[in-house]
Design a protein around this ligand. Structure first.
Ligand SMILES: Cc1cc2nc3c(=O)[nH]c(=O)nc-3n(C[C@H](O)[C@H](O)[C@H](O)COP(=O)(O)OP(=O)(O)OC[C@H]3O[C@@H](n4cnc5c(N)ncnc54)[C@H](O)[C@@H]3O)c2cc1C
Length: 453
């Protein structure tokens, strides 16, 4: 499909990291100076169950893939800007270092090895200084400094860190509001509005419609409800557990590095406001439900047809939702290992947060091949937040067909983000970084009971 030339109106569905940054980037492009831009989200901002809203997200250029490593490094240079009005200011970004480890001989080891090579190239140094190999568990424990650790091989990169995810999003929202170019609308899109194969906007839950010449769908893990993404992307639920700390513990642990084990997927991000988070970057849980066929296909055969897709289930759907027992036990075990002094501390809160997973872990940023006026900006695959300051610009480059100007290894991203013709039977993200086991279903795990200890 060809890019719109000077469209009169653009509707963006979803105000997470992908949608919000896209809206902001559009306001700065001459091609869209006279375009009416509408940003719709089903929740008032900040969306309480959006993936981009949380206490923290890891900001790292530590990728096994050189093209993501390079893009992440350029995002990170913006996170590092620390003035009060800049993205990384007022505590929105902390460069505490990252200890990236693996269990020798297990999945994740290769990811860490390749990541080490990439960040060494990026930092232009050969293994000393800000990046140091950790050859055994003792060296890992010393680098972590909590009396515990994880894995048995890895490295520390003192130039990685973490962001206060919600505050980062609020910063960007303020910038977007300041342009006076975007209409922010609260409402849930229930389907795409179409005429034949042309998409004309969206129908909302209250029956109203929002019409636009061009529609960008950035609804994260909910996208499968609006567009048939079977075999291309799916929602997977990830476990997070939180615990309260004393002031002294906050003071001490606030200075620890991020610790991420690529074999188990378990990670800890330094605490803020006396809350510590432990979570698992994993294959996750599927939540399969039967929904009306969402494709805007004009084919009569698809009318009335239902399909099964995994969609998020969050605390907005079920206030009592607590992570399944196996997920909590994984967090408990990791906590005992990573910070032994807190090993038995009760979790004060838990959450299931939803990835939009693709088979390769690549984003899905492209025109829909069959529907005019429809573009997708999704597929975050559990690693999209760090790109907040650069992803909107890249998305709009693809919209405008300007990705030819991307430089170096980042040129490869265009191919990685394309709508794939081939579908897989079942989407399981194999990017070499996932812990847990594939194939878990949320309801089945919940039926085994919750632990809540
Ligand atoms: C537990 C967890 C840990 C993560 N850790 C990291 C990390 O350390 N580093 C990192 O870089 N990334 C991380 N990620 C990934 C990152 O958070 C996501 O890739 C990124 O936030 C995705 O942004 P998004 O805009 O695609 O989705 P979202 O932020 O989920 O935004 C989608 C928006 O669409 C709205 N919406 C949905 N359906 C509709 C509808 N029908 N109508 C209107 N609005 C709708 C939702 O309310 C939501 O606000 C993590 C993700 C999770 C879940």
């Amino acid at each position: 499909m060809s890019p719109p030339s000077h469209p009169t109106s653009i509707l963006i569905l979803g105000s997470g990291a992908f949608g919000l940054s896209t809206a902001l980037a559009l306001t700065a492009r001459p091609c869209f100076t006279n375009t009416r831009i509408t940003l719709l989200d089903r929740s008032p901002f900040p969306s309480p169950d959006g993936s981009s809203i949380d206490t923290s997200r890891i900001i790292r250029a530590d990728y096994s893939d050189p093209s993501y490593a390079s893009l992440a490094a350029s995002a990170q240079s913006l996170w590092r800007q620390q003035g009060p009005s800049e993205l990384g200011g007022e505590g929105r970004y902390s460069e505490c270092g990252l200890v990236l480890v693996a269990d020798k001989g297990r999945q994740g080891e290769r990811y860490v090895q390749e990541s080490l090579e990439n960040v060494r190239k990026i930092s232009g140094q050969e293994g000393e200084g800000t990046i140091r190999e950790l050859k055994n568990r003792k060296e890992i424990d010393e680098a972590v400094g909590t009396g515990g650790g994880s894995g048995d091989w890895g490295y520390v990169n003192t130039s990685s860190g973490w962001a206060d995810a919600e505050e980062g999003m609020k910063w960007m929202r303020r910038r977007a509001e300041a342009t006076n170019r975007i209409s922010f609308v609260v409402g849930e899109a229930t389907s795409l509005l179409k005429n034949g194969n042309k998409v004309l906007g969206a129908t909302l839950k209250d029956g109203s419609t929002l019409k636009a010449e061009f529609t960008i769908v950035a609804t994260g893990a909910w996208t499968g409800k609006l567009i048939d993404l079977r075999g291309r992307a799916t929602a997977t639920g990830q476990v997070l557990c939180y615990l309260d700390l004393t002031e002294q513990e906050q003071e001490r642990l606030g200075k620890m590095p991020v610790l991420l084990n690529m074999s188990t997927g378990m990670f800890i991000i330094p605490p803020k406001n006396r809350v510590l988070k432990i979570a698992r970057h994993s294959y996750g849980y599927a939540n399969p439900v039967s929904i009306p066929h969402p494709s805007p296909s004009p084919s009569p055969s698809s009318s009335g047809e239902r399909i099964e897709v995994s969609v998020p289930r969050t605390a907005l759907d079920d206030k009592q939702l607590w992570v399944p027992r196996e997920g909590e036990l994984a967090c408990r075990q990791a906590l005992r290992e990573m910070i032994p002094e807190l090993g038995e501390r009760k979790f004060s809160k838990s959450k299931i947060c939803w990835y939009t997973d693709t088979p390769s872990g690549d984003f899905l940023i492209d025109y829909h091949p069959e529907h005019e006026g429809l573009f997708l900006a999704t597929g975050g695959s559990g690693h999209g937040y760090k790109f907040l300051p650069v992803i909107g610009e890249r998305i709009v480059d693809v919209v405008e067909g300007k990705h030819g100007g991307w430089e170096g290894v980042e040129r490869e991203l265009r191919g990685k983000w394309k709508w794939r013709e081939e579908k897989v039977d079942k989407v399981v993200t194999e990017d070499g970084s996932r812990g847990g086991r594939p194939g878990m279903v949320l309801d089945e795990e919940l039926r085994k009971g919750i632990y809540r200890a």
